[in-house]
Design a protein around this ligand. Structure first.
Ligand code: KIV
Length: 271
């Protein structure tokens, strides 16, 4: 029997046990009550209230504009829907970099005001003081290395990271640093599969990939991308499980036609 099927509530300890047993971890983003409820009922191990809300919910080009208040709003909507999944909330850009006391204050706000279970932040050595301070308050932290979208203006593009030896080496060192600090899991985004597999083998904590191949301990995707609601974003790593954009467009068109023709509402659809 898999750990996944046995547990009533996914905790950081459960994830650790999954890694130890070689059981893959499923993770997906959610930003609102209604869809989070379906994701939780489906049996997702981790729900990420990602700062990708800045893109898919608010329509911004990058993840940078979303605020701490907005993240807390999304996180508390998700939390109200959850019975089983572990909920991780992204610390937004500007709420933790460069000032570890600010990082702790931001994390405490997320935990208190949304009642989420953990936070995630991007970066390695440069944010380790913040990681340590948040952990010292008993708040579980997830790391995020590789393509870190909050640094997009430093990178310049969303292409694969750590292809060169020097950057790969730095990523490996950062991964170890984060594990030693005590993060409970690590996201690797858009890095070569061989590098991600090596990191997953070297670390004892779960390593969850997005565009990082199959040699890691779990996978994460953005819900709107895997459902095919977003159309313009189609990187190689994305598997679309539906074409909801087309289906929804069809439904909206039919509704418009029915309203215009007077077909809706019919006799049974009125009082
Ligand atoms: O914000 C987000 O959705 C993320 C995932 C891409 C890992 O950080």
């Amino acid at each position: 029997m898999s750990v996944h099927k046995e547990v009533k509530r996914v905790t950081t300890a459960v994830l650790q046990e999954m890694k130890a047993r070689g059981e893959k971890i499923s993770m997906l983003t959610a930003y609102d009550f209604t869809l989070a409820k379906i994701v939780d009922e489906a049996g997702m191990d981790i729900i990420l209230v990602g700062d990708s809300a800045s893109n898919v919910m608010a329509g911004h080009e990058t993840t940078l504009p979303i605020t701490l208040d907005q993240m807390i709003y999304h996180a508390s909507s998700v939390i109200r829907a959850i019975k089983r999944s572990l909920v991780v909330v992204d610390l937004p850009f500007g709420s933790y970099q460069g000032d570890s006391k600010e990082a702790l204050r931001s994390s405490i706000r997320i935990m208190k005001e949304s009642e989420a279970h953990s936070v995630k932040l991007e970066g390695g050595k440069e944010v380790i003081e913040s990681v340590n301070r948040i952990l010292s308050a008993g708040i579980p932290v997830m790391g995020h290395l590789g393509l870190t979208p909050q640094s997009i203006y430093k990178f310049g593009t969303y292409t694969v990271r750590a292809k060169e030896e020097e950057e790969a080496q730095r990523l490996i060192e950062d991964a170890h640093l984060l594990e030693e600090a005590g993060v409970f899991a690590l996201i690797l985004e858009k890095v070569p599969a061989a590098l991600a597999e090596r990191v997953a083998k070297e670390l004892t904590i779960p390593v969850i990939g997005i565009g990082a191949g199959g040699g890691v301990d779990g996978q994460v995707l953005v819900m709107h991308d895997m459902l095919g609601i977003t159309q313009e974003f189609s990187p190689r790593f994305l598997r679309r499980y539906h074409n909801l954009y087309e289906e929804m467009l069809g439904a909206f068109n039919s509704y418009i036609d029915d309203v215009k023709s007077g077909d809706f509402p019919n006799e049974k659809e009125q009082y």
